[in-house]
Write a protein that binds this ligand. Structure first.
Ligand SMILES: Nc1ncnc2c1ncn2[C@@H]1O[C@H](COP(=O)(O)OP(=O)(O)OP(=O)(O)O)[C@@H](O)[C@H]1O
Length: 318
């Protein structure tokens, strides 16, 4: 059985349109499917959580998420058995999980991959301890500071609808970035990386990544490779606002690593302490905290339908 979980408001309605197209897809029609449509924030997580009560796990062949990164985040958090393969049909504004896993945008190609391929690809996600001590998971990245403010601004922006309608949803992040730049205040943060400690006195951004992308295609952490050993961490510290503007124009090409204010690290476990509550974003959803621990999960989830990631992982392992 193939379970489809669709967020009708993702991409300001694009997920709904894609789901309608899917009904006419020849591969979809050949599958034994059960579809769920989310009704409110957090519903995808509840649906994923309820699956093991409704069905025998051995009867579920695949879970297909139709939505954006936020919906994917909810499903991976709700799912009890993370070994059930997952596919992602990118239909949100940013869709960074699709970029990070080289999932085709073309729905026919993706459905063909899903239908014809028996194998899945390992994808190592991360976990973090939330404010109330609950363990949660993230598929793309967890960031503190400026990227969180940008994500918040992008989520709340009324112009998001316009960009989505023009089929350039990721431009909302560029718009949000420019708007947030002049009001953002740097912060002090201490970071424990496995056995090392680093302190940043004018931290602008600290991001922990499972793959390079953030904000609809910005290569925020170009060196990040998905693997089971460690996260890639990128910090921007003591930078002038004008230089940030210059830096962000190079982010799409991953060239910002040349700036002296940018440093990168790898670690399996990271704990961050800030001197006050600072904004964070996790897979594009935002909040604020002064403390967080993140751990790379050694047991990967299984992703189906993506094409190039096997290659990426092999490159890394070798
Ligand atoms: N029926 C619904 N009504 C209102 N909100 C919903 C509903 N279903 C899901 N949501 C919420 O919608 C939010 C956005 O979803 P999602 O991130 O998938 O789309 P997006 O923001 O368009 O894409 P991206 O994160 O890739 O930019 C999530 O926080 C999710 O909890």
């Amino acid at each position: 059985m193939y379970i489809f979980i669709m967020n009708p408001i993702a991409g300001k309605g694009r997920a709904k349109t894609i789901y309608a197209k899917l009904q006419k897809n020849e591969y979809f029609q050949k599958l034994n499917t059960v579809s769920f449509c989310t009704k409110y924030k957090g519903h995808a997580e509840e649906i994923a959580k309820s699956l093991h009560r409704k069905y025998r796990e051995t009867d579920i062949t695949l879970i297909v998420v139709i939505g954006g990164d936020g919906t994917m985040h909810e499903v991976i958090n709700g799912l009890k058995n993370k070994q059930i393969p997952i596919s992602f049909i990118p239909s949100g504004s940013g869709n960074d999980f699709a970029r990070g896993t080289s999932t085709p945008k073309n729905i026919n190609k993706l459905m063909q991959n899903i239908y014809e391929t028996n194998t899945s690809v390992p994808y190592w996600f991360g976990s973090y301890l939330s404010k109330n001590g609950e363990k949660r998971n993230f598929v793309n990245c967890l960031g503190f500071g400026f990227d969180a403010v940008v994500a918040q601004q992008a989520n709340q922006s009324k112009i998001k609808k316009v960009f989505n309608r023009l089929r350039c949803g990721s431009l909302v992040y560029l718009y949000a970035l420019i708007r947030s730049l002049f009001t953002f205040k740097p912060f002090i943060i201490k970071m424990e990386l496995d056995q090392r400690t680093k302190v940043f006195k004018r931290c602008f951004l600290l991001t922990i990544n499972n793959h390079p992308y953030f904000g609809g295609g910005m290569k925020i952490n170009p060196q990040a490779r998905n693997n089971g050993e460690h996260f890639s961490i990128l910090v921007i510290d003591s930078i002038s606002k004008w230089k940030v503007l210059a830096l962000f124009f190079t982010v799409f090409f991953g060239k910002h690593l040349h700036f002296k204010e940018v440093s990168t690290y790898t670690a399996q476990k990271i704990t961050c302490y800030a001197n006050h509550s600072i904004p964070y974003q996790v897979d594009g959803e935002t909040g604020s905290t002064s403390f967080c621990t993140m751990i790379k999960q050694p047991l990967p989830m299984q992703v189906k339908g993506c094409s190039k990631m096997v290659q990426n992982n092999r490159n890394h392992i070798n």
